[in-house]
Structures are given as C-alpha cells and as structure tokens.
Design a protein around this ligand. Structure first.
Ligand code: 4AD
Ligand code: MG
Length: 464
C-alpha cells in the first residue's frame, strides 16, 4: 500500500541536499524505466522541478516482478536512502527499500519519451504539464504570480479583488461576454432580451478590466493593484490574444504619466530578475530549446533603459523606415502588431514606451493633454511581444471627463459612481494593465499564448 503516514520529500529538495539521507519517501510519475540483470532504473519526476531523480530498485525487492511492469506515466511511491550516484549527470540517486505502485499508466499514455509538437500537446492540455517544457512554463507562471504579490506588498500597495461580473464597459470597445440567466427559449419567443427580468435587472457582462473599480480604491487606499482574470470577446485569431486572460492592474494616486512609466519599467525589471534567479533551471531549458537568444533578451530587459517616445514620433519613425507594412502608417491609426514589433524589435531593440496617442483611438477615461487632441496614454511595446502594457494618466477633471463622455455618446448616468470620484477629492492618478500571459511569453520565449495558459480559451475553442 502507498505510504500515507510518512511525509514525502519533494525531489527539488533532495537534489539540492548537502548530505546523505537514510530514510526518505518520494512520490511522483515515472518518466522512464529500464531493467538490467539485477535491478531496475527509474527516472521519477514529481513536478517540483525540471530534473528527475534516479531510483535503483534491486531484484531482491519483494514485488520486483511488479516493478518490472512499471510503464512511463505510472505513479509510484518510493521509500529508500538518498545516496551518491556513481552514474554521470547527477549527484544523488535513491536506493529503494520499497517501491509502491500507486497506479499504472497503460500503453496508451500519449507522452512516451520523444519530442512532441506544441500543436499535438494542445490537444492533450490535461497531460501536457507532465512534459519538461510545459512543467517549466507553468512553474515559471506560478513563480511570477508570487513575485507580483511580493513586489507590491514590499511597496505597500494593497491588493483589491475587483468584480468579474460587471455592468460597465471600461474600455468601451464593446468586446464583452454577456452574462444572463434568461431562458433562451423565452428570449426567442419574445424576440428580445428583457433585461428587467434578468438576474441583475439590467445588462451584465464579464469584466474586460478591473480599472474603474481599482481607481475608486486608489482614491482611498493610495496605491492599489488588481490581479485576476479578464475576458474579451474580440474575434482576434492571433498568437497573442486569448478570450480569457489574466491582467495585473496597478493604480496609483498622486501619480502622473512619468511616474506610471517609471513604475512599469521597475516592475518588469524586478519580475525578470526574479525568475532569472528563482527559476534558473526552467529558464535554461527555454534558452536551450525554445529561444537561443533568451539570456540576452532577459539581460536587456533587466539592464537597458527603456526608450520613451510619443505616438507622433513613432509614426515618423515608421514612415521613414522604408519598410513595407501590410497596414499603411498615417497619423491617427491604431498600430498593428507589425508596427509595434518593428519599433521594439528592429528599431530600438529593447522595450519602448509610446505616449500621447490621438484621443480618437483611446477610451474615455484617459487624461486629455493641453493640445486637446492627444491623451496621456502609455503603451509599452516589447520585442517579440508587441504591447505588453497599456495604461494612462486618468482624467481627474470632472468637466473635461463629462465633455469627453458626451463627445463619445456615453451615458453619464450609468457611470454616476465613477463621476462621483471626480466630485469628491479628485486627484491626479495613473495606472496600467499588464497582460500576464504576455509577460510569461516574454520571459520564456514561448510564441503562442495558448501555450502559457493551462486551459486556453480562444475563438471557437473551449475544450477541457
Ligand atoms: O491595453 P488594455 O486593453 O488596457 C486596459 O484594459 C486598461 N483598462 C488597463 C488599465 O489601465 N488598468 O489591456 C492591458 C494589457 C495589454 O497591454 C495586453 O498586454 C493585455 O492586457 N491584453 C491581452 N492579453 C491577452 N489576450 C488579450 N485578448 C488581451 N487584451 C489585452
Ligand atoms: Mg491596449
């Protein structure tokens, strides 16, 4: 029987041990097993780290016949001693006193020892975390989530949980998933949705951003952040858009656009240095097999001073680049990924902040500049990723905000509470949203957003 009384030790602890240990218990999944005349070798992984631990089970073990049947993917529990390994490539191995088979994996287990394509692994998203690459990606993702909380805790920011169900459209782009408890048959019969009868008595959606709520809390607690899932029903079939993704959104009172950029730059430098230090083995795997330039990319993120230019400068650079873009560049356009990547990847070769966009292409809440034609928006564009951060200084002046909402045909009534914040002790404040998946992509070299989300949701696909 599997040993549940004794405490198991994680393999990453054992591999870093400084001394022999007599009595250890590990549990995990067998990556490979082979037999020689008098013993069986197993490579076992428990997900705590990239490396496996080697286990030697000798022929005199009582259940040796069973042990010889262990297949790749099986779950086992091993009691034994941690001893120095005579073999090459590892310092320690386990000499087994007992091997309990918790559950066999039959021969249809799809992850036999060979390389699999990312496309194939997406079809078995429930099993892919058992591969080296995906195990590493999701350990890095977990470590980054922790690092975000640590960064903000150390700075005295308060973590706010903003609602996932919402009645307001923050970005005004209309890319929202509707939430309703109305019966579709009744809706069909009536020929319309009677929102008065709906669960909340009005239209409701999944949130596209926690910003508006975060602003209310920044104007009370000073510095806050939200970090949670957001949803967009945009029909973008790109490698950088998901329908459900996580966003980090800091919001800072008494902070202008420059403070906002300084904060974003410090954040990315901190997070990059954190994974470099705390996920060294996993990062090395990506540097060897996924992106040969990764080490250089990470060093640039940590050490370079990010460029800062205006939208107008960017238009100028793109127009003078002599490069043929699929989408023509002229003042007033919203940049496409090809433009963003040219600027970050080819022109600056490092992250670049773009500020002061035309107000016509940005949402209502951004602060109108003195020219009355641009707003204090900021996007951070990164090599290989394009936009990783999008944010702004917020419009804190009630009259200007109301004029803007009128111009955009928005209902001031439904935003009464938001406008209230500009009535009672309004102060300059700023914030941004950072796509968490895009961050993971940037730091691992993974090029498809589907491969950094445990169970991705994209147009036409909601498996698992
Ligand atoms: O630029 P966005 O739309 O900004 C906002 O939502 C603001 N309300 C944030 C704020 O100021 N508090 O989104 C922010 C970031 C983008 O820069 C991008 O990294 C990511 O969120 N993002 C997506 N990531 C994955 N899939 C999508 N469909 C994304 N849309 C945006
Ligand atoms: Mg944006």
């Amino acid at each position: 029987m599997e040993n549940l009384a004794m405490k198991r030790t994680k393999i990453n602890k054992l591999l870093n041990s400084e001394f022999l240990i007599d009595n250890v218990l590990i549990k995990g999944w067998v990556r490979t097993r082979r037999s020689s005349k008098t013993f069986s070798f197993m490579e076992i992984n428990d997900g705590s780290c990239l490396k496996n631990i080697q286990v030697i089970a000798e022929i005199d073990l009582e259940n040796y016949k069973e042990i010889e049947k262990i297949t790749t993917g099986s779950a086992v529990s091993v009691k034994g001693s941690l001893v120095e390994s005579p073999g090459k490539g590892q310092k320690w191995e386990i000499h087994a006193d007992e091997v309990d088979i918790i559950n066999f994996a039959d021969e249809t287990f799809p992850l036999q020892k060979k390389r699999h394509s990312d496309e194939f692994l997406r079809t078995i998203a429930h099993l892919r975390p058992r591969t080296n690459k995906y195990g590493a990606a999701f350990r890095i993702r977990a470590e980054l989530a922790f690092a975000i909380h640590k960064f903000y805790r150390d700075k005295g920011f308060k973590y706010i949980n903003t609602p996932i169900l919402t009645g307001s459209d923050c970005e005004g782009a209309g890319e929202m998933f509707r939430v309703t408890s109305l019966n579709p048959a009744v809706v069909a019969e009536q020929g319309k949705m009677n929102f008065k009868e709906d669960f909340f008595g009005q239209e409701a959606n999944l949130t596209v951003s926690g910003q508006l709520s975060a602003e209310m809390f920044a104007l009370a607690l000073g510095d806050v952040y939200t970090f949670g899932p957001t949803f967009r029903a945009e029909n973008s079939h790109t490698s950088r858009h998901a329908a459900e993704f996580w966003m980090l959104e800091p919001e800072m009172a008494f902070c202008d656009l420059k403070g906002n950029m300084d904060h974003g730059e410090e954040l990315i430098k901190y997070l990059t240095a954190h994974v470099k230090k705390n996920c060294a083995d996993d990062i090395e795997l990506f540097a060897r097999f996924v992106d040969k330039n990764l080490t250089k990319v990470l060093d640039t993120l940590i050490n370079s001073k990010y460029a800062r230019i205006t939208y107008a400068d960017a238009v100028d650079i793109l127009q003078k680049s002599g490069k043929k873009f699929e989408n023509r560049v002229e003042y007033g356009i919203d940049f496409n990924s090809e433009h963003e990547r040219f600027l970050a990847e080819e022109y600056f070769k490092k992250p670049v902040f773009l500020i002061n966009y035309p107000k016509t292409i940005k949402p209502f809440y951004m602060r109108v500049n003195d020219d009355n034609s641009t707003v204090a928006a900021v996007d951070l564009l990164a090599p290989r990723i394009g936009e990783i951060i999008g944010g702004s200084q917020r419009e804190e002046r009630l009259d200007v905000l109301e004029t803007r909402m009128d111009e955009m045909g928005m209902s001031k009534q439904s935003y009464w509470w938001y406008l209230d914040s500009r009535r009672f002790g309004s102060v300059p404040h700023s914030g941004f949203g950072m796509g968490f998946e895009r961050l993971v992509m940037m730091l691992t070299g993974i090029t498809n957003i589907r491969d950094v989300i445990p169970f991705p949701r994209t147009p036409g696909s909601i498996d698992f």
